[in-house]
Design a protein around this ligand. Structure first.
Ligand code: NAP
Length: 237
């Protein structure tokens, strides 16, 4: 029995855009998904969806802000499925706040969840992927990677930082066979928007963001889509 052709590691796969991205990749033949986040029950739900689509899937509960937990989790993923062909750095959290009311703890938490998580996973996998000479890193940026939003100080800082990390990685790996794509998503209908007084139709479906990543991966390896800017049809909310 041949091993999987596509080994897709998705962070923040317990719900929202990460879960939708896992489901999008699960439609590819001979695919295995390694699903990471803290909530095991949520990961199990996503894994069940992926298996229904015909993929192999396993869950790896982990707090990705914890470097030592990331190193052991990445080792477990490699043991189970081998070195990933795709890494989707999606984990993140939005918590509002302007600069004045953002406490040092809030700022550290936002940068931890939105930037350190991606740095940790990338740092843990990059040497082996460079040595193999192939692989595709995705980063879940935001329109807040490009623009400052009032009451989004820590989140904008973290998402601008994430885009900087992805751009640096792209330059560093362009002649090593690796691809790097940043998704710059506008408002997408997930739990992040719970309680907002707007209809779901005003937001992008998470499935569209997941499909954009999968379709960018399917390009010939002579092409990389470096950045994808997606917005709701009617613009920012
Ligand atoms: P969500 O529904 O709140 O899901 C966030 C995911 O990140 C969850 O699976 C969560 O898993 C995981 N996560 C958070 N902190 C983590 C940690 N320390 N360790 C491991 N996993 C962690 O959010 P979403 O709306 O789908 O957003 C997903 C990504 O897209 C985020 O990076 C967000 O900034 C970005 N984004 C969202 C929008 C939007 O409008 N929704 C727009 C642009 C960009 P656990 O709780 O299980 O750990």
């Amino acid at each position: 029995m041949p091993g999987p052709e596509h080994v897709i590691l998705v962070t923040g796969a317990s719900r929202g855009i990460g879960a939708a991205t896992a489901r999008a990749f699960a439609t590819l033949p001979r695919t295995a998904l390694a699903l990471l986040s803290r909530d095991k029950a949520g990961l199990e739900r996503t894994a069940a969806d992926c298996r229904s689509a015909g993929a192999a899937a396993d869950v790896f509960p982990c707090d990705l802000t914890d470097w030592s937990a990331v190193t052991s989790t990445v080792a477990a993923v490699r043991e189970r499925f081998g070195l990933p062909t795709v890494v989707v750095n999606n984990a993140g959290v939005f918590a509002p706040g302007g600069v004045s009311e953002t406490s040092p703890e809030h700022f550290r938490d936002q940068v931890g969840a939105n930037l350190f998580t991606a740095y940790h996973v990338t740092h843990a996998l990059l040497p082996a992927m460079i040595e193999r000479g192939s692989g595709h890193f995705f980063f879940m940026g935001s329109v807040a990677s490009l623009k400052g939003y009032p009451r989004g100080a820590a989140y904008c800082a973290a998402k601008h930082g994430l885009l900087g990390l992805a751009r640096a990685l792209r330059e560093e790996t362009r002649d090593r066979g690796l691809r790097v794509t940043t998704l710059l998503a506008g408002a997408t209908w997930t739990d992040s928007w719970a309680g907002v007084d707007l209809p779901e139709t005003r937001f992008m479906p998470a499935e569209d963001v997941g499909a954009a990543a999968r379709d960018a991966y399917l390009m010939s390896d002579r092409t990389v889509i470096e950045e994808i800017l997606l917005r709701p049809q009617q613009g920012d909310v």
